[in-house]
Design a protein around this ligand. Structure first.
Ligand code: ADP
Ligand code: MG
Length: 375
């Protein structure tokens, strides 16, 4: 594990995670082109495509051997969680091509051990679905940044309350998906409508009618998360296609109230939040594979990812930071505008494959990451 520079003062922290070679890459005996020599350095051998060796430096580079535990401990997310508890808006997102480990990093793998069963549908016909009661199994060891963040937050809140018993925390969560520029509530699957994104002076951009349950225990929030993860799988005809084209965003709102140390009769209130975003796959979609609906989808996804890149790049330029940031150009960036443009910290986890076969997508991902790091 290489945590690189501490990057404490940076408003954007960029780390890279290299996943282990998968079975296909191993069987094919793909050349491994990534190397992490330490100090946040990453070397990429691009000789297969006729390029010269490329060197990068990030706030951290995590090799294939990195465990989920080590990732949480060292990627810098704790800083964001502490800030969210202190009333800042922070965002952590994973990006990279499909299959690079984004979902593994953010939520960890879901093991669908459940057997398909027949469920009634609105039309009265029976459809096959995975029963929710049987429950999805997730080995604690494989839990991703979100679950570990929940545990960390509950622990920190406990410590803070012991230090100052007057403190009251209120936790609320939302979990949504943006697919084809349409917003769906993952916590309210009965409502399959495209929820409107609105703006108000008090809230900034927000999603109307989004279910926002309050929870008090770690079990409650884990159940909320599992339900959202489960719903992500429901209602998509082609799971892989759907998950590679959608962005999912879990937001935790942390409101706190505590006695003012300078005046016992006064209360200080804070509104912090942390967003975890599992972005759509960043791969270039082959034109020949896109037709009709599929073409619309890829255009929209590219628009969101492109806009996100443009926003981050504008924010990273001191001359542009105070000026116009194109948040309004996509739903994703609208919803991230307060945390990206505010005083909180953003953590970007660039996920890459180690294989030469994915070399050009890996280079794309790293270029995107470098662009953000100018901040
Ligand atoms: P993405 O969300 O970027 O499309 P996934 O997170 O679904 O990619 O990862 C693709 C596959 O690789 C999954 O089977 C996942 O469990 C596995 N995988 C990804 N990263 C790791 C890792 N660091 N260690 C072990 N397996 C991984
Ligand atoms: Mg995924």
């Amino acid at each position: 594990v290489d945590a690189g520079s501490d990057g404490e003062e940076d408003s954007v922290r960029v780390v890279v995670r290299i996943r282990p070679p998968n079975d296909l890459e191993t069987n094919r005996k793909d050349k491994v082109i990534t190397q992490c020599p330490g100090q946040g350095a990453l070397w990429v051998d691009t000789s297969t495509s006729g390029g010269r060796p490329k060197q990068f430096t990030f706030d951290g580079v995590f090799g294939a051997e990195t465990t989920q535990y080590q990732m949480f401990e060292n990627c810098g997310i704790k800083k964001l969680l502490d800030m969210a508890l202190d009333g800042y808006a922070c965002t952590a997102f994973a990006f990279g091509q499909t299959g690079s480990g984004k979902t593994h990093t953010i939520t960890g793998p879901m093991t669908m051990t459940r057997t398909p069963r027949a469920v009634p549908t609105n039309s009265g016909e029976e459809a096959t679905a995975f029963g929710f009661e049987d429950d999805t199994v997730q080995d604690a060891e494989y839990q991703g940044l979100i679950q570990r963040a929940f545990l960390y937050l509950f622990d920190s809140i406990g410590q803070r309350k012991r230090r100052d018993p007057s403190t009251v925390y209120t936790l609320r969560a939302t979990y949504l998906e943006i697919y084809n520029e349409q917003v769906k509530d993952l916590l309210n699957p009965a409502d399959r409508s495209n929820l409107p994104v609105r703006w108000s002076k008090e809230q900034g951009f927000y999603v109307e009618n989004l279910f926002c349950p309050e929870f008090e225990t770690i079990d409650d929030i884990m159940a909320v998360l599992e339900e959202g993860m489960h719903n992500r799988h429901v209602g998509s005809h082609n799971l892989n296609e759907h998950s590679s084209r959608s962005h999912t965003m879990l937001t935790l709102n942390i409101d706190s109230e505590m006695a003012d140390p300078d005046d016992d009769s006064m209360y200080i209130t804070k509104h912090g939040k942390i967003c975890f975003v599992d972005l759509a796959g960043s791969e270039k979609v082959k034109e020949s594979k896109s037709a009709g609906d599929a073409l619309v989808e890829t255009t929209n996804i590219n628009k969101s990812l492109l806009t996100l890149g443009n926003c981050i790049s504008a924010l990273s330029d001191p001359k542009k930071r105070g000026g116009h940031i194109p948040f309004r150009d996509s739903k994703l960036t609208k919803l991230l505008s307060d945390s990206l443009g505010g005083t909180g910290v953003t953590l970007m986890v660039a996920c890459i494959s180690p294989s030469a076969y994915n070399g050009s997508e890996t280079m794309n991902t790293l270029r995107y990451a470098v662009r953000a790091k100018r901040i």
